[in-house]
Design a protein around this ligand. Structure first.
Ligand code: NAD
Length: 286
């Protein structure tokens, strides 16, 4: 049987989540995705209307199939956690069962188990503010959406991830080096995510021989990155200063994810793997 993957954080064909889905599909995996509730309608209708067909093309000419799209808001664990105003919001009212616990229950009912869990989502409402000017609320929101969301997904999925399975997330070097512009506590959120990767690797490894890694990706002009505002500058900076002076393709991150999820990576867990044309290794820009 082919492997089954759940990828949280796919809402268009531009981001790392989509590229990871494609590389996993290329390797023969069945693809399930979790899409942020407010982005669900447009993603599903674009998919239906064939807007992504060009980007769905696999090497053999066939189109990547997404077996099922689950609405998801990874900021809420159970229905009891959802505030009244969100429940009443018309972008949410049309969908149901989108808290983490409910999504995992639905996946279990539909498919029984999965083999691969991917977390490719982040959100920081105050990302454009300096860390020193970030509010408590904004900081905690960044950690909730970008770090705890991974703990919650892994916690709830763990019982239905097959032993020997793999899980991974996406991080950014702003966790360990100063990247001005990546504010609002997003740098803190990525530091937490990387630390949690190690502890979760221990816990999931001992419990079920499941591997947990994170990919520290270079800059990509995704929807989320464009919202931060400095992405074109970061892409230029990387092109100029990295050991490999070439564009970074989302597919290169996707292929690394497929490797990490495969038996080829059977001894790799608790690791931060850089996929950034080597930029992380530079001490100064030249
Ligand atoms: P993206 O816009 O494709 O993906 C982010 C996704 O998160 C979106 O689909 C959005 O709808 C979803 N999302 C936001 N809040 C959510 C919530 N509460 N519940 C469920 N989904 C939610 O952008 P991307 O840049 O590909 O981001 C994917 C991951 O890659 C993120 O973790 C990001 O931090 C990381 N990353 C990106 C870059 C970059 O330059 N683009 C670099 C390094 C790491």
């Amino acid at each position: 049987r082919g492997k089954r993957a759940f990828i949280a954080g796919v809402a268009d064909d531009n981001g790392y989540g989509w590229a990871i889905a494609k590389s996993l599909a290329e390797a023969g995996a069945e693809i399930l995705v979790g899409t942020w509730v407010p982005a669900l309608n447009i993603f599903e209708s674009s998919l239906r209307r064939g807007k992504f067909d060009e980007s769905r093309k696999l090497q053999d000419g066939s189109l990547m199939e997404i077996t099922k799209v689950y609405p998801l808001d990874a900021v809420y664990d159970t229905p009891e956690d959802v505030p009244e105003d969100v429940k009443a919001n018309k972008r949410y009212a049309g969908a149901s069962n989108w808290t983490v616990q409910e999504v995992v229950e639905s996946v279990k009912k539909d498919f029984g188990t999965i083999d691969i869990l991917v977390h490719s989502l982040a959100n920081g409402p105050e990302v454009s503010k300096l860390l020193s000017e970030t509010s408590r609320k904004g900081y905690l929101a960044a950690l909730s959406a970008s770090s705890y969301s991974y703990i919650s997904l892994l916690k709830h999925f763990l019982p239905i991830i097959n032993p020997g399975g793999a899980s991974l997330s996406l991080t950014y070097i702003a966790s360990e080096r100063i990247i001005p512009g990546y504010g609002g506590g997003m740098s803190s959120a990525k530091a937490a995510l990387e630390s949690d990767t190690r502890v979760l690797a221990f816990e999931a490894g001992r419990k079920k021989r499941i591997r947990v890694n994170t990919i520290s990706a270079g800059p990509l002009g995704s929807r989320a990155a464009k919202a931060i505002g400095f992405i074109d500058m970061m892409i230029d900076y990387s092109f100029t200063n990295a050991p490999l002076q070439k564009e970074l393709h989302a597919e290169e991150v996707g292929n690394t994810a497929a490797f990490l999820a495969s038996p080829l990576a059977s001894a790799i867990t608790g690791a931060v793997i850089y996929v950034d044309n080597g930029l992380n290794a530079m001490g100064v820009g030249v």
